[in-house]
Design a protein around this ligand. Structure first.
Ligand code: HEM
Length: 353
């Protein structure tokens, strides 16, 4: 006689007969990845921080009010009156910074391991879009507390966008919703931050991860991109890789809670458009650009990052060398090291000045 199935199994059968769920799970989990692939879990960790951002962002939006009269006070309310509100806000701020950091580390590991080369060109292109969206997340989120720092950093940031040749003026008006930073800017940034960007990031992320899943991870030990001769030693994605990834997520969660508790997110005085503070600095990931703009002519300072972004996007189509090993890619290595050193150097300079 057939054993009685548990209610979960019956429910699962119901789903499976309609949507072939078993096939999907098999396809997702029974992947094997090269044992030599060293991802340092950076991509997965970036995904973890995005999930944290979505969860804490939804909680914050329950109390946040996007208008100049009430935005600042609603943040004060979250910090002082809502239970664990200060912690949720602080986790959201720290996780935003860590998401940018790990996204950049992920990009660097892909670059130095040549994982952007054939057949992963489009995975890289969608990755650059993800980085762009992540940075705009940071820029739009910065204004929402409507304190002095938020207000004046947005003045400086939008002025940089306004200095762009040809489209600058229109871009400035579009960003601010007029000539100045007003209620129109705040509602605009809020809408972009809580609706347009999350939906865009989630969609692009699904494409990005599907591509990674379909192609598997690159083998950094192969000599050339098309090298089929090397016998790869494979490792099951589930449970081996997934368990390691979960350990990385737990460590990140622990670090995040410690950071958010020991260094909670602060708040300056309410925004005052008539009182310019002495020092206005953007978030650390825009500092290199801010510092560069102080020392090079403005037109060069705003055009160079745009050209840099386009070159980054097109990198897999520009770098046609078939080699994977770093010692056979001297030009890529030199360009990569100079760019990283330049950005880190300008960031430190901007920090100290
Ligand atoms: C929100 C941002 C991003 C998330 C959540 C994300 C997520 C992931 C994940 C989970 C993987 C699997 C392997 C790993 O963990 O390294 C991966 C692979 C990959 N990502 Fe990303 N990624 C993001 C941004 C980027 C960026 C900025 C780039 C480069 C411009 C990029 C390019 C790639 C490439 C080429 C692979 C395949 C690597 C290989 O085969 O070894 N990704 N991504």
């Amino acid at each position: 006689m057939e054993a009685k199935k548990s209610s979960f199994n019956r429910m699962w059968d119901w789903v499976d007969t309609r949507y072939r769920a078993n096939e999907l799970i098999q396809a997702l989990l029974h992947v094997e990845i090269p044992r030599s692939a060293k991802t340092f879990y950076f991509g997965g960790i970036t995904l973890f921080f995005f999930i944290v951002q979505a969860a804490t962002g939804i909680l914050l939006s329950i109390y946040y009010q996007p208008s100049p009269d009430s935005a600042f006070n609603s943040i004060l309310f979250i910090m002082n009156n809502v239970r664990f509100g200060w912690l949720i806000r602080s986790i959201h701020a720290w996780s935003a910074n860590l998401m940018v950091l790990f996204c950049v580390l992920h990009l660097l590991r892909i670059f130095f391991q040549a994982a952007y080369k054939k057949p992963r060109e489009m995975t890289w292109v969608f990755g650059v879009v993800l980085l762009g969206v992540t940075l705009v997340f940071g820029f739009t989120g910065y204004l929402l507390p409507w304190d002095q720092r938020a207000y004046w950093a947005t003045v400086v940031g939008s002025e940089i966008a306004g200095a762009l040749p040809i489209v600058g003026g229109q871009l400035l008006t579009f960003l601010r919703g007029g000539a100045d930073i007003t209620a129109a800017t705040l509602t605009r940034f809020f809408g972009i931050h809580v609706l347009i960007l999350p939906v865009t990031l989630a969609l692009v992320l699904v494409i990005h991860i599907t591509m990674v899943h379909q192609q598997g991870l690159a083998d950094p030990k192969r000599e050339k991109v098309d090298d089929q001769s090397r016998k790869k030693r494979l490792l099951p994605f589930f449970p081996n890789y997934v368990l390691d990834e979960m350990i990385a997520w737990y460590l990140m969660l622990a670090g995040l809670i410690v950071l958010a508790s020991v260094f909670p997110g602060g708040l300056e005085e309410p925004a005052d458009p008539l009182r310019t503070p002495e020092h206005t600095k953007p978030e650390w990931y825009f500092l290199f650009l801010y510092q560069a703009l102080k020392v090079v002519p403005r037109i060069i300072g705003v055009t160079l990052p745009i050209i840099g972004g386009i070159l980054l996007l097109l990198l897999p189509f520009i770098d046609r060398s078939p080699y994977v090993e770093l010692r056979k890619r001297p030009v890529a290595l030199a360009v990569g090291v100079i760019c990283v050193a330049g950005i880190v150097g300008f960031t430190i300079w901007g920090w100290l000045s």
